[in-house]
Design a protein around this ligand. Sequence first.
Ligand SMILES: Nc1ncnc2c1ncn2[C@@H]1O[C@H](COP(=O)(O)OP(=O)(O)OP(=O)(O)O)[C@@H](O)[C@H]1O
Ligand SMILES: [Mg+2]
Length: 242
Amino acid sequence: MITVKGVSKSFGKHTVLSDIDLEVPESQTYALIGPSGAGKSTLIRTLNALEGIDDGEITVDGVPVHGKRTDLNDLRSRIGFVFQSFNLYPHLTARQNVSLAPRKVRGRSRAEADERSAELLSSLGLGDKLDAYPGQLSGGQQQRVAIARSLAMDPTVMLFDEPTSALDPEMIKEVLDAIRRLADTGMTMVIVTHEMGFAREVCDAVVFMADGRIVEVAPPDQFFTAPGSDRARDFLGKVLNH
Ligand SMILES: Nc1ncnc2c1ncn2[C@@H]1O[C@H](COP(=O)(O)OP(=O)(O)OP(=O)(O)O)[C@@H](O)[C@H]1O
Ligand SMILES: [Mg+2]
């Protein structure tokens, strides 16, 4: 579903992605992990052309992401992207935040978009918050609205960049549970995360990055019990023992 071939990218003289190759098959959930500055955010942002690339090729669902003739608005409407910060419209209710893009971009009627919005929000445990404004919601609730907003566009792929890092500990679980249920529905997903327990339990593979390179791609059990590189062993030693 996602194919990355020989992708490199620099910011000025600083190479942040070096010859990246990656395949994410349909319906699989891949965790992207690694130390700060490894290039995780840069890589995931290239997948929907939020970042350009200097070399190589990326296709998502058959579309060449950085192709000259690719319609970026169309591409991005089919790739959900959830960030650390939720960026909901503060003057719109949860239901309105979710139904806005289907109405504006997909031309759905208000009634149709609002009904789907309510369904999605309910499925994410927010059935009693449809008419709440973002300012009246907890961080975990706002992040679930942001997930519903992406899902409302019927994406073929969902990307997450540290979706729980801005949340208080007690809210992390509700958001991870929502993502876990999404994985169970067969959505294709790439998730940058520092939640190692989640990566191990939910993801089909772990992609470990360091210094702009993919160091290894492995099934979680293998990665966490017998990492194939010193770099990964060192990283796991730090994150699992603090
Ligand atoms: N717009 C930019 N201009 C210049 N350098 C950048 C830019 N964005 C990222 N970088 C650099 O690219 C490198 C990789 O950054 P990136 O944000 O992808 O890392 P990361 O793995 O997501 O780290 P973290 O875990 O801290 O989020 C870093 O050295 C960063 O300083
Ligand atoms: Mg990052």
